[in-house]
Design a protein around this ligand. Sequence first.
Ligand code: ADP
Length: 454
Amino acid sequence: MNIKNRITLFSTVWMLIILLITNSGIYFLFERNLKDNALNQTETRITSIAEAVKSSVETNLEMGRLLRAYLPANSMIRIIASDNKVAFSSTKMTKLNEFKPMYRTDEYSHIKTEDGAFYTVSQHPVIWTDGEVVSLELIEEETSIPNTLRILRIVLILATLLILIPSFLGGRILSQLILVPISSLTRTMEDIQKQGTFKRIAIESESNDELNKMATTFNHMIDLLEDNYKKQEQFVSDASHELKTPLTVIESYARMLKRWGNKRPEVLEEAVEAIHSESVRMKDLTQQMLLLARDDSQPSQIQKVDLVLMVKEATKNLRNAYPRDFYVHSDLELLEIEGDSLKLKQVLFILLDNAIKYSSDRIDIVLSKNGGIAKIAVTDYGIGIPKEDLDKVYDRFFRVDKARSRDTGGSGLGLSIAKRIMMAHHGELNITSEEGKGTTVTMELSVLQGINSH
Ligand code: ADP
């Protein structure tokens, strides 16, 4: 059974149960009230008949006439002697004679139900003409009670039906209201599945209800998926584009080798050199791409890292590898932060590598602490970055000048990786640059509280 029918069935059955309980209560209370009233009436009547009998015994009036005069319609008056025999009886309804006479010395009344008809039976002791105590009995058929109850039953059944119809319709409307957005969600999902496109659910009302929230969340999820999908697509196309150049170079040199390699030694040397350097570039590129694809930026080993020591070690290594001047400026002896030392070292190497690649002068590294922020600023006095490109340098594969970067071996992935690592450390990377004058890239990280007292 679908949810729509389930909601309708539930609301209707629930309403039916409530109606059955309340209507039965009303019916039984009403029936009781009717019977009590009838019984009271009969009791009042028999009391006045008993009074009359008493006074007529005293005045020697003819008893038969008296009782017949008191006889109400649809009833029977009879006198029951102590031996349970009927001493006198008067009725217009012969079937009432079938009631078994029962002698009693007390006042007693009750309701008797037979074949769907109601009878009130009331007895009262009186002194009879012979001086004996007899039981005066009045039996009345209450013809109005079954009629009234029948009408009540019809009214209650009609009322139940009248209430059930709107309740059924209400259930339908309610389920419709709930299910329309769900159906639209399902349809959109099916469309996405069939067509392989990123579709959104149309949100019509401005309300802030749960269903609207569900649709908004779904749309956000699709936005995110589409965004990731596009990024992935872009990455694959960028990566294949980047790999195409070194592969073309390798291919053309290999062709040259095939043709001239044996005959011309200078071609052999140039080709081998070019193939070697392009394969090294390709290796570096694929390594960096793998790093980005795996999103290896998350710190895997959190430990205390002294940035002063880290900078000193890095520049010492670079001094051995490059014939360049690296100047470290620091008023601090210790600048501790928490993070993954290998990853942070990788960021520093990316910045220093760029400074080496895009300048030929000295390189300054300034360590400082400002409030709770530790900073490492790497400054070079090289070609700089044009203002309009400053925002783009973090994009994957972005290079200000592709031709020049290729000469320097840049892939356009370094700053993108550095930025990710800094973000994973809740830190920041800032660039200030002036074309032709130089560039300063600053790593900013939160200082470990209570340790750096300098
Ligand atoms: P690459 O491997 O090409 O250096 P990066 O992501 O590290 O890639 O840098 C992106 C681009 O930003 C570089 O290609 C370069 O044009 C520019 N850039 C980065 N650092 C500097 C710098 N210190 N001086 C001048 N240009 C820079």
